[in-house]
Design a protein around this ligand. Structure first.
Ligand SMILES: Nc1ncnc2c1ncn2[C@@H]1O[C@H](COP(=O)(O)OP(=O)(O)O)[C@@H](O)[C@H]1O
Ligand SMILES: [Mg+2]
Length: 346
């Protein structure tokens, strides 16, 4: 099953990765992931005037979110407001989102940071009332990668956001899609125009322009097989090894929101035979997995029979989820070029 060149009994097999301790709906762990564990505004260097504007707007938004909702006892508490960072990959949206969370003086229980997918999952688990209770008292909600994928999550999110704004929660979010275009091409978005517009109306949109910050660092390309073997042999920490097929089998067994748990205790991945992915569904699971591994700062060395760009099949690659696939390829390239735990950059 593990077609690995240096069978190493100390290394767990990717095929054995499981989600050992489901986090359930515990909100405590909803903080910025390791890759953005210490991100701040000072380290953000705008490469376009719109980025400087966005940085200042986000900083002001985070400061306002920490102010009392009721300025005087005789005044009505203000309801929450929304700020929506819209822009292409690598312009620093997530950087600013994490910086806002870190800069906020609010106690951890009053500020939450999670991906949109995680929120959808939590809402599914907790239900409407449970979610309202769990997010009661949250004054700053940072939501990464707002993405209305289907009618179900559209209604869920519309309801949740209405309640959150009414409770005085300020919502800061990032997306690759402008709010009014959410859902387009993925489902009959026109039938949900009212909900989507209702959501869009609550957000002030700030558009970030500029090149992909990662582009300069992108080297692309797989790890040569010898270099992969050497990286695993010399690695510090836990490296999970296996084939692309092993990985897909694991991903199929777990809900994407559990991929964080699947990766618990794994410092790096060494994957061989990463072959083009036939189905859109499988591809989307893989995209989620790449997102999680990237956020967690998991090391990666990998190779496959075709270049990485061929991972996503042409039949679906440029369809409704094109942005997700391109983002995953950009992140894969960055991870392949990042240092491997305990080893040199490749
Ligand atoms: N203007 C910037 N100054 C410094 N670092 C940046 C800037 N823009 C992006 N980065 C860094 O580049 C990487 C990708 O940025 P990210 O915030 O993930 O982009 P996005 O969310 O817009 O796709 C991150 O490591 C981030 O810290
Ligand atoms: Mg991002």
């Amino acid at each position: 099953m593990i077609a690995f060149r240096v069978p190493d009994p100390r290394r767990p097999a990717v095929a054995d990765l499981a989600a050992p301790s489901p986090r359930g709906a515990s909100l405590e762990s909803f903080v910025p992931p390791p890759r953005f564990g210490a991100t701040d505004f000072a380290s953000y260097r705008p490469t376009d005037p719109s980025q400087a504007t966005a940085r200042d707007r986000v900083a002001a938004f985070a400061a306002d979110a920490a102010r009392p909702r009721r300025p005087a006892p005789w005044r009505r508490p203000r309801s929450g407001v929304g700020l929506y960072l819209d822009g292409g990959f690598g312009v620093g949206k997530t950087h600013l989102l994490a910086a806002a969370w870190h800069a906020s003086p609010l106690p951890d229980a009053a500020k939450r940071y999670l991906s949109f997918q995680e929120l959808v999952f939590v809402l599914g688990v907790l239900g409407r009332d449970g979610a309202a209770e769990a997010f009661d008292g949250v004054r700053l909600l940072c939501l990464d990668e707002f993405e209305l994928d289907d009618p179900g999550n559209t209604l869920l999110i519309a309801t949740f956001l209405r309640g959150a704004f009414a409770r005085g929660t300020d919502v800061l979010t990032t997306s690759n899609t402008d709010p009014a275009a959410q859902g387009r091409g993925r489902f009959a978005a026109q039938d949900f125009r009212r909900e989507i517009q209702g959501i869009a109306d609550r957000f002030e949109v700030v558009r970030l322009e500029g090149p992909d910050h990662r582009a300069g660092r992108r080297e692309g390309g797989w790890t040569p097989p010898d270099a992969l073997d050497a990286a695993v042999a010399e690695a510090a920490g836990t490296v999970a090894v296996g084939t692309g097929a092993d990985l897909h089998a694991v991903l199929e067994r777990h809900h994407p929101v559990r991929y964080r748990d699947v990766l618990a205790g794994v410092d790096a991945l060494a994957l061989v035979d990463l072959a083009p992915i036939a189905s859109q569904n499988e591809a989307l699971r893989f995209v989620h997995f790449v997102d999680k591994a990237y956020d967690l700062g998991v090391g990666l060395r990998a190779h496959g029979p075709h270049p990485p760009d061929a991972l996503f099949d042409a039949r679906y690659r440029e369809g409704a989820y094109a942005k997700k696939h391109h983002r995953a390829l950009s992140r894969l390239a960055e991870m392949l070029a990042d240092p491997f735990p305990g080893g040199a950059a490749r």
